[in-house]
Design a protein around this ligand. Structure first.
Ligand SMILES: [Cu+2]
Length: 137
C-alpha cells in the first residue's frame, strides 16, 4: 500500500515534464521550414566565364554548392564551348559550341561539393590552355 501511494504521487510530476517537452517540440517544428526557405534562395550563384584562345577565365573559382549559372562569353576569334567535368572527367553539362557573334550563352548546373574541371571540348583546345578548375564547397 505504501509503494502504491508513492508511485501515485510521482505520476503528476512526470506528466508535467512530458507536457513541457511537447510544447517545445511544437515550437521547434516551425524552425526547419524557415531555414529551408533561406537555403533555397541563397544557393544560386552566377559565374561569368570568358572563352578565348587559349584560356577560360572565371569571375570566381570557388562557389557554394547548389545551383550554378554560368554566363559564358566568347571573346576569341574561333568557336568554343564551356564543358563542365566532374572529378572523374565525366561530362556534367556543356554549352553548344558557339562564336562570339552568337552572343552570351547560359549554362545552369546543380553541383555538389568537389573540384570540377571546366574545358572547351573541341579537339586540342583544352590542351592549349582552355581549361580551368572550379571548387565547389
Ligand atoms: Cu575552344
Amino acid at each position: 500500500m505504501d509503494s502504491m501511494d508513492s508511485m501515485a504521487s510521482e505520476t503528476p510530476a512526470v506528466q508535467n515534464t512530458t507536457n513541457d517537452a511537447g510544447s517545445a517540440n511544437a515550437d521547434a517544428s516551425a524552425t526547419p521550414t524557415a531555414v529551408a526557405q533561406q537555403q533555397e534562395s541563397s544557393t544560386s550563384t552566377t559565374v561569368a566565364a570568358t572563352l578565348c584562345e587559349w584560356a577560360i577565365d572565371l569571375s570566381q573559382s570557388e562557389v557554394p554548392a547548389g545551383k550554378i549559372t554560368f554566363t559564358v562569353v566568347n571573346t576569341g576569334m574561333m568557336a568554343h564551348n564551356l564543358t563542365v567535368l566532374d572529378s572523374s572527367g565525366v561530362t556534367i553539362d556543356a554549352t553548344p559550341t558557339f562564336r562570339g557573334s552568337d552572343g552570351p550563352q547560359t549554362l545552369e548546373v546543380e553541383l555538389q561539393p568537389g573540384t570540377y574541371t571546366l574545358i572547351c571540348s573541341l579537339p586540342g583546345h583544352a590542351q592549349r590552355g582552355q581549361k580551368t578548375e572550379l571548387v565547389v564547397k
